[in-house]
Structures are given as structure tokens and as C-alpha cells.
Write a protein that binds this ligand. Structure first.
Ligand SMILES: [Zn+2]
Length: 57
């Protein structure tokens, strides 16, 4: 299953959430998850609607 990413609000770069989910999955169940951002070294909190996949393979 593909990795779910969020966008870093500071750098605009994709941040892997550590969650592998299927693309058809309803992401609305994810809320207030914290991920340690490798770009700016801060924790970003994200909801399911923030998530995206890096490629469409
Ligand atoms: Zn960041």
C-alpha cells in the first residue's frame, strides 16, 4: 500500500506520515495525527483531508 503524505506548511515539501493506506480508503477517520517533519524539524498535525499520495502508480 502507498505511503500517505502531507504537505509541510513551512516548506511546501511532502512529508511522509508513516501511514500506509490503500488509495480507496476513507481518510476522514484520521484526525490530529502528529508527524515529525524532516524538512523543518517540527511536528505537524494533520487530518485525513490533508493527506495525499506522492505518485499515481
Ligand atoms: Zn515541516
Amino acid at each position: 500500500m502507498p505511503m500517505l503524505y502531507i504537505k509541510c506548511p513551512k516548506t511546501g515539501k511532502p512529508v511522509p506520515t508513516g501511514m500506509n493506506v490503500s488509495k480507496g480508503m476513507d481518510l476522514s477517520g484520521f484526525s490530529n495525527n502528529g508527524v515529525n517533519c524532516p524538512h523543518c524539524n517540527q511536528i505537524h498535525y494533520w487530518n485525513g483531508r490533508d493527506g495525499f499520495f506522492l505518485d499515481d502508480k
